[in-house]
Write a protein that binds this ligand. Structure first.
Ligand SMILES: Nc1ncnc2c1ncn2[C@@H]1O[C@H](COP(=O)(O)OP(=O)(O)OP(=O)(O)O)[C@@H](O)[C@H]1O
Length: 496
């Protein structure tokens, strides 16, 4: 059968760094082709070439067997190639229909509305076209993104880590949607770090490492272990390691209340405490108050009622993020680009921010800068942040997983007493994810109190010494490790 899209021997360099080295990749109509690889392997770069955002330095692209030049996203759309990015690109103030129109310029609104309605019905999307995009939940927003590219006539659909932001149930629903798209004749490329998705839901698997394609295989020929070894060059098995020494209470949340905005659930009377040497996991289906809780803990918002106390420092309920940092609190935010990094400045400057705030580098003169750069270079090495052009490179140019590693390197720098980690392994490859887990365990073992908020139940079960379940903005159940997956899972779906 003819390939819907074929990338032939494509290479791409940034400065002197070869991000892609003569890579071949193709997808056929009716096929789901999973693209896997460690952080920085070149997956996004390859897909950016497929959708016209980058031109290859060498090699060429074929659509339906014809050599083409894709001059940009609009050109790609005209050729039937659509990409659903990891970071959604909807305009929050616009309605669903307006967002779809924006992506389909020049077409009559009535026609687009009719077509969007038809496709939505066919795909089983329950979406109100007049709803404001900013008020939709994550999984609905993703459906609008998919609808956008389908209305534009995409026959090759690229999904970049589509389930990274979804709950387990929504992730499963998306995977059956992906199969439905392929059965309808679309060619689907699934970029993912979740091995089970590739093993259970794809027809073909390509693995990349350091800019090269190192394997093309079928799920039937693979298992989890073999796939892990292909991706990162070693087998990785994580097992729970409970805390050996739990000390006194370090941080106490007392009856926190917070009204959610625009129909969000908010928080109702959330109380829990975390001890030194303990990892307290917050499990829950996304959208049940996790973001609100994280923002209160980071000091980005103030609760309408209740208090947060840190032992030795007292009440920090109204303290801003900088004050909390000075009191030994660190945070790994869920959205590393919004809350974690300044994309426009260098890796070294992003790393040094904490040290600068703490007066560690004396001033911000030439010497301080040199010292900060040296510290950044050492941390980048320890935490294996792989950037193409050293620590002077802008943080925005790091691959997603490496950006996360940079945030973690910085946050762990001052041996914090309290660590908030919100979905810390999201977007990380298996090895980097395991390394992050190891860092969290080591911080706990040296006595830190760790709050882990994660929608990935396996991550919560793997790391936590105690688990609180957040449903409808309330902490509805608490478990001590070791605990049963189905008990915690059951508590996550029982409603208030
Ligand atoms: N515009 C750019 N300028 C400089 N370097 C870049 C640019 N885009 C990507 N890179 C580098 O190219 C390499 C490949 O990055 P890419 O984003 O393709 O990786 P990836 O496989 O998608 O990783 P992840 O799983 O972490 O998202 C990385 O080292 C990245 O820093």
């Amino acid at each position: 059968m003819q390939d819907a899209l074929r990338l032939c021997s494509v290479s791409k360099s940034f400065g002197g760094f070869r991000a892609l080295d003569s890579v071949d990749f193709s997808v056929q109509p009716g096929e789901v082709h999973a693209l896997l690889g460690e952080n920085g392997a070149g997956k996004s770069t390859l897909m950016n070439i497929a959708c016209g955002l980058y031109a290859p330095d060498e090699g060429h692209v074929e659509v339906d067997g014809k050599v083409v030049t894709i001059a940009g996203a609009r050109d790609a759309a005209a050729m039937g190639i659509g990409m659903v990015h990891q970071h959604f690109k909807l305009v929050p103030a616009f309605s669903v229909l307006e967002n779809i129109l924006l992506f389909n310029p020049g077409r009559p609104a009535a026609e687009v509305a009719r077509q969007a309605g038809e496709i939505a019905a066919k795909m089983g999307f329950d979406i109100d076209l007049s709803a404001r995009a900013g008020l939709l939940g994550i999984s609905e927003q993703q459906r609008v993104e998919i609808l956008k590219v389908l209305v534009a006539g995409a026959r090759v659909i690229i999904l970049d880590e589509p389930t990274a932001v979804l709950s387990e149930d929504d992730g499963r629903a998306l995977m059956s949607l992906v199969r439905g798209l392929a059965e309808g004749g679309s060619a689907v490329i699934l970029v993912t770090h979740k091995l089970h998705e590739a093993l259970e839901h794809s027809d073909r698997i390509t693995v990349m490492r350091q800019g090269s394609k190192i394997a093309e295989t079928r799920p039937a020929e693979m298992d989890r272990m073999r796939l892990t070894t292909l991706i990162v060059g070693e087998s990785i098995v994580e097992t729970p390691k409970p805390s050996k020494h739990v000390g006194g209470t370090r941080i106490r949340m007392n009856k926190l209340r917070f009204a959610g905005e625009g129909g969000r659930k908010g928080l109702v009377d959330v109380s829990f405490e975390v001890k030194d040497g303990e990892i307290y996991g917050i499990a829950g289906v996304s959208g049940n108050g996790q973001n609100e809780l994280a923002e209160l803990l980071m000091g980005l918002s103030i609760p309408s009622e209740g208090s947060i106390e840190i032992a030795g420092f007292g009440d920090v309920t109204r303290a801003g993020p900088a004050h909390r940092r000075r009191h030994g609190m660190a945070s790994i935010p869920v959205d590393r680009y919004r809350h974690g990094l300044a994309g426009g400045i260098a890796i070294s400057d992003n790393y040094a921010i904490n040290g600068v705030l703490a007066g560690k580098y004396g001033g911000w003169g030439w010497f301080a800068r040199k010292k900060a750069r040296a510290a950044a270079a050492a941390a980048v090495e320890t935490f294996d942040v792989q950037g193409a052009r050293g620590t002077g490179q802008k943080a925005a140019l790091l691959s997603g997983g490496n950006a996360q590693k940079l945030v973690i390197a910085r946050e762990f720098e001052g041996e914090p007493r309290v660590i908030l980690a919100h979905s810390p392994s999201r977007g990380l490859d298996v090895r980097a994810g395991a390394a992050v887990h190891d860092h969290l365990r080591r911080a706990r073992d040296r006595g830190a109190a760790v709050i882990l908020i994660s929608e990935d139940l396996d991550e919560v079960l793997l790391l936590s010494d105690r688990i609180g379940v957040l449903t409808g903005g309330r902490l509805s159940a608490e478990f001590h490790a070791p605990t049963n997956r189905s008990d915690v899972g059951g508590a996550m779906v029982s409603h208030d």
